[in-house]
Design a protein around this ligand. Structure first.
Ligand SMILES: Cc1cc2nc3c(=O)[nH]c(=O)nc-3n(C[C@H](O)[C@H](O)[C@H](O)COP(=O)(O)O)c2cc1C
Length: 198
């Protein structure tokens, strides 16, 4: 099972997560989507129709549970950029995985990352790289997107799937972004199904 764990406020990161899942499934694998717990106070969310609509859209997606991670073949984490870093709710979830680290439960499994942000050069790569750090601490084997994917010339990143959503977060991931996200899903599945390391 490829476990796709993400945070989103306006749904763009969810769209990439769904494309990664599609890529896993098209390659013959199984994947599940898990959202991290929304920690923002209700009175803040209440004032933002788009935020509320995204939360409604995700009603059927279960919240992630740390104990589920022991059984996964690969862990893929996704976040909107927050000041060049991952969003706090995702970090908070990752900070609950110390027990798994103690047991080496994720060691030797495939890890991968994806991100959405506002503009071309405002923190995509710093966010992707910083998201890899905890996965490496867990002993995971990081998989990215190779330069043999032609869309990487203008879209995405060698470090993971991406989308540039604009200042108001209202530009959805493009066809190229989705193609690269699907190919990341396929690659995660293909590599994790061959991998046997500790
Ligand atoms: C507090 C905050 C900080 C942000 N920092 C950045 C940033 O450093 N660089 C950037 O490009 N976008 C930044 N953004 C924009 C989001 O990363 C962007 O809108 C993202 O695509 C939203 O994803 P979502 O639709 O999945 O919620 C920030 C947004 C917020 C609310």
């Amino acid at each position: 099972m490829i476990y796709i764990l993400f945070y989103t406020r306006y749904g763009n990161t969810l769209i990439l997560a769904e494309a990664i899942k599609e890529g896993v499934k098209a390659a013959g694998g199984e994947a599940c989507l898990r959202k991290v717990h929304e920690a923002a106070p209700e009175f803040v969310i209440e004032k933002d129709e788009r935020w509320k609509a995204t939360l409604d859209k995700m009603n059927d997606i279960p919240e992630a549970k740390v104990e589920e991670l022991s059984d996964v073949d690969a862990l893929v984490i996704g976040s909107p950029t927050r000041f060049g870093n991952m969003a706090a709710p995702l970090k908070e979830f990752i900070d609950l995985t110390g027990g798994l680290w103690m047991k080496g439960a994720l060691s030797g499994k495939v890890g991968a990352v994806f991100v959405t942000n506002s503009t071309m050069h405002s923190g995509k790569e710093s966010t992707l790289l910083s998201m890899m750090i905890p996965l490496l601490h867990h002993g995971m084997v990081i998989v990215g997107i190779p330069p043999t994917e032609p869309e990487t010339v203008t879209h995405g990143s060698y470090y993971g799937a991406t989308a540039t959503t604009g200042i108001m977060a209202d530009n959805s991931p493009t066809e190229e972004d989705l193609k690269l996200a699907k190919s990341l899903g396929k690659r995660i599945y293909e590599i994790s199904s061959k991998l046997s390391v500790k």
